[in-house]
Design a protein around this ligand. Structure first.
Ligand SMILES: [Fe+2]
Length: 419
């Protein structure tokens, strides 16, 4: 969420918080009873697993804390589960990042709503209160887990759509960013039933055995993603150093990433595609590291020999990124960033929809930045002329749908060039 918050988003956050508080007060009255032992045992596990959560791009996280919360709900009831759900606010990374106060308010409300409504559904269907694998209990587990999932991801999707300037609809945001988590959530629910059954049979000590494999799996996943980020950050820094040696291109890849994101959002890409697109933008010219500055600075007046050398930067960039496990997924985008919609581009001469759409976006963003910055052989184009140039080349150099998105975004003032 952005640091600057709109009135609309603030009203939404306050509503979520108040609704969460209201549901908690209702649950507290309707299903009284707190298990201290359960709160301590499950609470500790929620603290650990939530702090090892794998963050999703933009907002939301994946962790097995959900399994633990649901198991606690099944055996200790909704009040204990609601109370320990609040422990998820003690997320060390949020403190380190100095997340704004309203994020805690939103998260708190969201936790109480998801567990509270899940709890009400569970208690309403499972009237006997017993927990065993039989019809009523299974139905209660399925529906309460479903409610927990939809509320958690749904509220996050609404917040993401409200905090994105393009105002993508919340349903679209949910479908393209969070719906894929559903199979994972089914697994979470099955594991929750297993944890609950073992807890009822063997007590708190069973949690050590039932949750340890989950925590380890999550931790390994987290380490892998951290390593991926570290590798990406290192390469991106290398590109920055490379750009810094050339007086004409500092900040090029950063601006291209910004422009590409704006176009991507207009085209309603999901957050994973946006992430890949930005990383590809940062690294699209990494292959220029092997090209002589005299060639780079003369892009528009090259001999055919020098032109070939210049064009080889695409193959080199794509091969460098393709050879690193963590950047492999963006290599295809980089391969296509100098292809043209009419098939006259390089290095492969791809045409129309043969060019990956993310590459087609990168191509427009790259050209726009190249036109609006000073080059050794010419002054920067004024903003209007650069926009016009992109528009004129729709269907020739650029994908028409991408140009349309670019123009729409440009009208909103998204491409105002930095001084
Ligand atoms: Fe390039």
């Amino acid at each position: 969420m952005a640091q600057k918050i709109s009135g609309r988003l603030l009203a939404y956050i306050l509503s979520v918080f108040l609704a969460g508080l209201g549901i908690f007060l209702y649950v507290y009255q309707a299903y009284p009873g707190i298990s201290i032992e359960g709160a301590i045992a499950f609470g500790l596990l929620v603290l650990v697993t939530d702090n090892l959560a794998v963050m999703l791009p933009k907002a939301g996280a994946v962790s097995v804390a959900g399994s633990i919360l649901m198991a606690c709900l099944f055996v200790n009831g909704p009040v204990t589960a609601s109370l320990i759900s609040i422990l998820q606010l003690l997320h060390v990374a949020d403190f380190k990042n100095r997340e704004p106060w309203y994020k805690y308010l939103f998260n708190g409300g969201q936790f109480l709503l998801a567990v509270g409504i899940g709890g009400i559904i569970f208690k309403t269907i499972n009237r006997s209160g017993a927990f065993a694998l039989q019809g009523e209990v299974v139905l209660a587990v399925v529906l309460s887990s479903l409610a927990y999932f939809v509320i958690n991801t749904g509220l996050t999707a609404i917040a993401v759509s409200a905090s994105t300037p393009e105002r993508t609809s919340a349903i679209h945001t949910w479908l393209y960013n969070y719906a894929w988590l559903f199979p994972f959530h089914i697994l979470v629910s099955i594991v929750a039933v297993g944890i609950a059954l073992l807890y009822l049979r063997f007590g708190s000590v069973s949690l050590l055995f039932s949750t340890l494999p989950l925590i380890l799996t999550q931790y390994i996943w987290l380490l892998t993603l951290r390593e991926r980020k570290a590798v990406l950050d290192n390469i991106i820094n290398m590109v920055r150093i490379m750009e810094a040696k050339d007086v004409y291109t500092p900040g090029h890849s950063r601006r291209v990433a910004q422009y590409a994101e704006k176009i991507g959002r207009e085209l309603r890409l999901n957050e994973f595609e946006i992430d890949n697109l930005k990383n590809a933008a940062y690294l699209h010219d990494v292959g220029k590291i092997q090209i002589d500055l005299s060639v780079l600075n003369n892009e528009e007046q090259l001999s055919s020999e020098a032109r070939k050398i210049f064009q080889s930067h695409v193959t080199v960039s794509a091969e460098i990124t393709g050879s690193i496990t963590y950047t492999k997924p963006i290599s295809d985008i980089i391969w296509g960033h100098h292809e043209r919609y009419d098939g006259q581009g390089y290095p492969r001469g791809l045409k129309g929809d043969e060019i990956p759409i993310l590459a087609a976006i990168l191509s427009v963003a790259d050209s726009f930045d190249a036109m609006t910055t000073k080059r050794p052989y010419r002054d920067p184009f004024p903003f209007e002329k650069a926009v016009q140039e992109i528009e004129l080349n729709s269907g020739k150099m650029y994908h028409p749908a991408v140009v349309e998105a670019f123009l729409k975004s440009a009208q909103k003032g998204n491409f105002l060039v930095e001084e």
